[in-house]
Design a protein around this ligand. Structure first.
Ligand code: HEC
Length: 287
């Protein structure tokens, strides 16, 4: 791997991933056996993975997905959950993944082929690294697997001894919100902002995306309602009763003027979801 891709690795998946990368000699040309890269290339704090950092490559797909028992076939009754950050570099067809779960028990974590409601062949296995599970310095997908990913037809799942068919699962896509979103901030928060947006809109820093904090209903309210946009300063992010002039809606529909459609480099939200967010604004953007 070249020095530049090594650097992208760093940017992509942060400390956990890069720690593994270093061990696995991502930059094999420079790292002789057993030689550990000098510390300056590693952030020295155990910072959480920050997918907002994954903006280094122009040709990548970034996804944050929430794994649930309700997505497993047959459905697993569990209150556990997990989330996974995925970065796919379209140029090299390499996929990087980190999954974080709150469970104490060891998990078997895989990426599989299959659309929602389907079980299919295994594509890659994540391995444990500290409290997380990772693909390390990535796995190269075949052209066919890459097409499946782009179409939302790969999924990630976690098995335990007690749940050999799977305990938690999520499709690797942002369009497959499997449940209807109702026009209330709490529901939009739980089904859209938290799982899809808060990895980047995380409250870190004074610039976008971090400064626009979408990590809880309260913070989303404070960041959105009646707050002027940074990139299109004549518009409010959410103007109650006026969805068409609310930048939030324009960014989701792709009718904005500055910057990118949201979610950034992810697939567009489905129409019903955007319609519910519109309705919430039409109804005055209350709770
Ligand atoms: C992978 C990172 C990432 C994700 C995920 C993401 N965003 Fe963003 N967002 C950005 C970046 C970077 C900007 C600034 C550049 C731009 O406007 O395109 C931004 C800007 C915005 C803005 C404009 C803010 C302003 O003041 O101008 C809105 C609104 C927004 N995002 C909404 C969302 C919503 C809603 C979601 C989830 C559905 C989302 N974003 C997901 C990275 C992300």
């Amino acid at each position: 791997m070249s020095g530049r891709s090594y650097y992208s690795c760093l940017i992509y998946l942060g400390r956990v991933f890069c720690f593994v990368t270093v061990l696995a000699s991502c930059d094999s040309g420079e790292l002789a056996n057993g030689t550990v890269r000098p510390d300056h290339s590693l952030p020295d704090t155990a910072a959480p993975l920050d997918i907002a950092q994954a903006l280094g490559s122009d040709n990548s797909l970034t996804l944050t997905v929430a794994l649930k028992g309700s997505m497993v076939l047959p459905v697993a009754t569990t209150r556990e959950s997990a989330s996974a950050d995925i970065v796919f570099d379209r140029t090299s067809r390499r996929i990087y993944a980190v999954l974080r779960a709150t469970l104490d028990q060891p998990l078997d974590v895989h990426i599989h082929e299959g659309s929602t409601g389907e079980v299919g062949a295994e594509v890659a296995t994540l391995y444990a690294d500290g409290g997380a599970y990772t693909l390390g310095d990535g796995v190269t997908l075949s052209a066919r697997q890459a097409e499946l990913l782009e179409a939302g037809n790969l999924y990630i799942d976690a098995h335990t001894a007690e749940f050999p068919n799977g305990l938690l699962r999520a499709q690797l896509t942002t369009t497959s919100i499997d449940v209807a979103v109702s026009p209330s901030l709490d529901d939009i928060q739980a089904k859209v902002f938290t799982p899809i947006c808060s990895g980047c809109h995380n409250g870190n820093g004074q610039t976008l995306p971090g400064v626009m904090n979408l990590t809880s209903s309260e913070r989303s309210r404070a960041s959105l309602i009646g707050v002027y946009s940074i990139n299109e300063p004549t518009l409010l992010r959410v103007e109650p009763s006026n969805p068409s002039d609310s930048l939030l809606i324009r960014k989701l529909e792709g009718t904005h003027e500055a910057g990118s459609r949201m979610p950034f480099r992810g697939s567009k939200l489905n129409e019903q979801t955007i319609a519910s967010i519109r309705d919430w604004i039409v109804q005055g953007a209350a709770r």
